[in-house]
Design a protein. Structure first.
Length: 117
């Protein structure tokens, strides 16, 4: 067991438009992500099933060619291995939950995310 306090965790500045805090257990990763308007997350996929909950702002996702806008108070389920991208159409505060864990984030090999698109 471990207790985390989000406001005391270090915030990783991934690039000028995106920062995050994340926690990984043995089977899942949870991330608090802050995206500035115009931030683009390039098309990618991963073995993890993903739940994205937007607290404030809005994200426009492209999922296998289908556009979906997720706004404050909404949650999107993205199946494992589904190709997807996202664009912050407003400054956005959101949380992602992944299962299994995001090894690429832990190891810092998430190059697709680190390049400002």
């Amino acid at each position: 067991m471990k207790l985390y306090k989000w406001d005391e965790m270090p915030e990783e500045q991934v690039h000028e438009l995106l920062s995050r805090r994340f926690i990984s257990g043995e089977q899942m990763t949870m991330a608090r992500i802050f995206l500035k308007k115009g931030c683009l997350v390039p098309t990618h996929n991963h073995e993890s099933e993903q739940l994205t909950t937007v607290f404030t702002g809005a994200l426009k996702f492209l999922l296998d060619g289908k556009e979906v806008v997720v706004r404050g108070g909404e949650t999107l389920l993205i199946p494992a291995f589904m190709h997807h991208s996202a664009e912050a159409i407003e400054d956005t505060d959101e949380m992602d939950v992944f299962s299994p864990i995001r090894v690429d984030w832990i190891e810092g090999t998430d190059d697709y995310l680190r390049a400002k698109a």
